[in-house]
Design a protein around this ligand. Structure first.
Ligand SMILES: [Zn+2]
Length: 323
């Protein structure tokens, strides 16, 4: 048998902190409540199929109350040109604690994740920091990560080792800065144009087509591709898009695309990295969970046939460093 392939699963957990610039409590209630309800179900599903996952969690979500949230503020706040991006501009809206404000606090869910085996608690920065937004600096990013690690240690007793960049605004420079704050491993983007040009219209159209047709290819990485000086970058291979009620007939094609990538990684000894937000599977969650179950059944089959294995980002980084 040749080289072994891997599936890496990562989730961006942010609730309202990740969407303040375009959603409100009112417009996003269904998604937030759905995300909170689906997380325990995802954990049980991961357990049943032996899926190791990394949860990139916004540090602000981890605060147990307002006092703790205010206490843990960076020395330098982000100076975005668009003030709507700064989470610090919404602090006045935040309630006292999780019982009062389920949109901005989630320590009960973070604690629940921590009770499960094979689930890594990683970071999604402290304030959902946007690394490519105009106006911010790498020093502000580093100050944010100091807070993220402080909150992480308070909540879990140890520093995080994996980082997921908000909005996939990844750069090699910021990955290096993160490695200086203890993040040995980050999620990168696939090499294709569509995945490195965020909101551009053409990129969005290509990404949409890629969901159903794999137009950007398999997007799996070799272990060597991930190695950098002092840290590891594990590029994403696939975003698990929400169940689209506008195109139910395409949902089968979406799952088939993911299976094709999984099979490719298993056969070629590569890394397939699947990611999503809990809120992406919060509407029509039964259908989403059914699709994930189907994918994890397929993972089992590939595991038996090719020795395909599931890894958290951190576990994958350890394997990359040893390779
Ligand atoms: Zn995010």
């Amino acid at each position: 048998m040749g080289k072994k392939g891997y599936i890496v699963v990562s989730l961006d957990f942010e609730l309202l902190w990740g969407v303040h610039d375009h959603e409100t409590k009112e417009s996003f209630t269904k998604q937030i409540d759905g995300a909170r309800a689906v997380i325990p179900q995802l954990l049980e599903l991961f357990k049943e199929y032996g899926i190791h996952a990394t949860w990139g969690i916004v540090g602000m979500l981890m605060a147990s109350n307002r006092e703790e949230l205010l206490e843990c503020q960076p020395t330098e706040l982000p100076t975005y040109s668009d003030p709507r991006l700064s989470s610090y501009n919404y602090i006045t809206e935040v309630g006292e604690n999780e019982q009062e404000d389920r949109f901005h606090y989630a320590s009960s869910l973070v604690n629940l994740i921590a009770t499960y085996n094979n689930q890594e608690i990683g970071s999604h920065t402290f304030s959902h920091f946007c690394c490519k937004a105009d106006g911010q600096t790498v020093a502000q990013f580093s100050a944010d990560l100091d807070c993220a690690q402080r909150m992480m240690e308070k909540t879990t007793g140890r520093k995080a080792r994996s980082l997921i960049f908000p909005r996939n605004q990844f750069t090699e420079e910021y990955a290096t800065a993160a490695s200086k704050k203890g993040f040995q491993c980050v999620r990168g983007n696939p090499k294709s144009y569509a995945y490195n040009n965020g909101k551009k219209k053409l990129a969005r159209v290509i990404r949409f087509l890629d969901t159903y047709l794999n137009v950007c290819g398999m997007k799996c990485s070799s272990l060597e591709d991930c190695k950098r000086e002092g840290h590891v970058i594990i590029p994403a291979s696939r975003f698990f898009r929400k169940y689209d009620t506008r195109f139910p007939f395409l949902e089968k094609a979406k799952v088939a695309c993911i299976k094709r990538q999984m099979s490719y990684a298993a056969r070629k000894g590569k890394i397939f990295h699947l990611w999503w937000h809990p809120h992406n599977v919060s509407i029509n969650s039964d259908k989403c969970l059914e699709q994930l179950r189907d994918l994890f059944e397929y993972y089992r089959e590939l595991n038996r046939q090719y020795g395909f294995e599931s890894r958290t980002m951190q576990e994958m980084a350890d394997a990359v460093c040893l390779s």
